[in-house]
Ligand binder design. Structure first.
Ligand code: AKB
Length: 316
C-alpha cells in the first residue's frame, strides 16, 4: 500500500489534491503537512501536521516513521511574491526541492511529484502553442527557479533513477482555496469581486491572454500522470499541459453573460510584464501522447461553476 506525503497541503493545489488522493489511496494513507493551518476538510479527513519543508531533519524522521513511499512537494513562492522577495523565494523554492530529491534518493522513495509552471518560458519563447521543447529563457525569479528545478528533477532521474514527475501548470482556477502571490490570480479574484461588488480592477491589461486551467482538470492530470506507466513517460523535466487560454477581457465577457452589470477596469502593475513574458497558449501533445491527457473544462463551463460555487460559499 502506498503511503503518501503531501507538502503544502493547505495551499491552492494541495488542499484539493490531498482530498482527491485520499479518495484513491485511502484517508489514512495520505499524510497532509503544511507550514500553516489547513482547511477543515483536509484536517478532518485524514492525518495533518504542521511541518516546515525547510526542516530537513524533521522531514526525514517523518518519512521513515510513517514509511512514506510517495511525496508530493507543492510548497512554493509564486511569481508575483517571488519578485517582491527574490532571494528568499529562490531559497525556499530551490532548497525545498533539493531537500526532497535528496531525501527521496537516500530513503528510496518510489515516486516524487513536483509542480513546474508555464513560468519556465520567457520573452524569447514562441508565444502561441508553445512546444514542449523550445527556447527557455525565463526572466522572473519564479521562472528561473522552476527551470532550474526541472533540470534538477531530470538530473536525479538520470543519475539516481529517481522517478520524479512534473507538470508545467498553467494558471489554476479554483473556488475552494485561493492562490496568493501569482500573476494568474486575477482569474480567481475577479469572480469573488464580481459576486461581492459587481466590479473588478484588473492588474493585467485587457488583452493579456494566458494559459489557464480549472482545478478539477489539474487535479485529475496530476493523479493520471503519477499513475501512468513509467515506461510510457518520455519527459522527466516537466510536461506541458494545456486547458483553456483567455485574456482578462474575454473572461469579463464570460462573467457578464451571468452577471450582466459586471464592470471591469484595468490598472496594470508589475505583473503585466511577467504575463507578457509567458506563453499565450500551450502545445501539450507530448502529454496527450505519453499518458493520454485530455482536458474537460472550457471557459464557459468553468465560469458557470465558479459563479455558482462562490455564491454558495459567500452565501449570496
Ligand atoms: C503564478 O501565476 O505564479 C502561477 C503559475 C502560472 O505558476 N499561477
Amino acid at each position: 500500500m502506498e503511503k503518501i506525503l503531501v507538502i503544502g497541503a493547505a495551499g491552492q493545489i494541495g488542499s484539493e489534491l490531498t482530498l482527491a488522493l485520499r479518495k484513491v489511496y485511502g484517508d489514512a494513507n495520505v499524510f497532509a503537512t503544511d507550514i500553516k493551518d489547513a482547511p477543515k476538510d483536509v484536517k478532518k479527513s485524514g492525518p495533518f501536521q504542521i511541518m516546515d519543508v525547510m526542516d530537513d531533519k524533521r522531514l526525514i524522521h517523518f518519512v521513515i516513521r510513517y514509511k512514506i513511499t510517495q511525496i508530493y512537494l507543492l510548497a512554493a513562492v509564486l511569481s508575483g511574491n517571488a519578485e517582491r522577495l527574490p532571494l528568499q523565494a529562490w531559497d525556499i523554492n530551490m532548497r525545498s526541492l533539493l531537500n526532497i530529491l535528496d531525501l527521496a534518493r537516500e530513503v528510496g522513495i518510489n515516486k516524487v511529484f513536483w509542480p513546474s509552471s508555464i513560468a519556465v518560458f520567457g520573452t524569447t519563447t514562441p508565444k502561441t502553442d508553445t512546444p514542449q521543447l523550445t527556447i527557455m529563457e525565463p526572466n522572473t525569479v519564479y521562472g528561473i527557479s522552476k527551470l532550474a528545478g526541472e533540470r534538477w528533477c531530470e538530473y536525479y532521474f538520470n543519475k539516481h533513477h529517481l522517478d520524479v514527475r512534473s507538470i508545467r501548470y498553467p494558471g489554476l482556477i479554483s473556488y475552494k482555496t485561493e492562490a496568493g502571490g501569482g500573476t494568474t490570480d486575477y482569474a480567481v479574484e475577479i469572480f469573488y469581486d464580481a459576486i461581492e461588488t459587481g466590479s473588478y480592477e484588473c492588474f493585467l491589461k485587457p488583452d493579456a491572454a494566458l494559459p489557464m486551467m480549472f482545478m478539477p482538470d489539474a487535479i485529475r492530470a496530476t493523479i493520471e500522470l503519477m499513475e501512468a506507466d513509467e515506461s510510457k513517460l518520455t519527459v522527466h523535466s516537466g510536461y506541458n499541459l494545456s486547458g483553456i487560454s483567455f485574456s482578462p477581457a474575454q473572461l469579463a465577457d464570460e462573467i457578464k453573460k451571468i452577471i450582466p452589470d459586471f464592470k471591469i477596469t484595468y490598472k496594470p502593475d508589475f505583473r503585466q510584464a511577467i504575463a507578457e513574458s509567458w506563453p499565450k497558449s500551450i502545445d501539450d501533445r507530448v502529454a496527450r501522447n505519453d499518458w493520454g491527457w485530455n482536458h474537460e473544462y472550457d471557459l464557459e463551463k468553468m465560469s458557470k461553476i465558479m459563479i455558482k460555487e462562490i455564491k454558495k460559499k459567500l452565501d449570496h
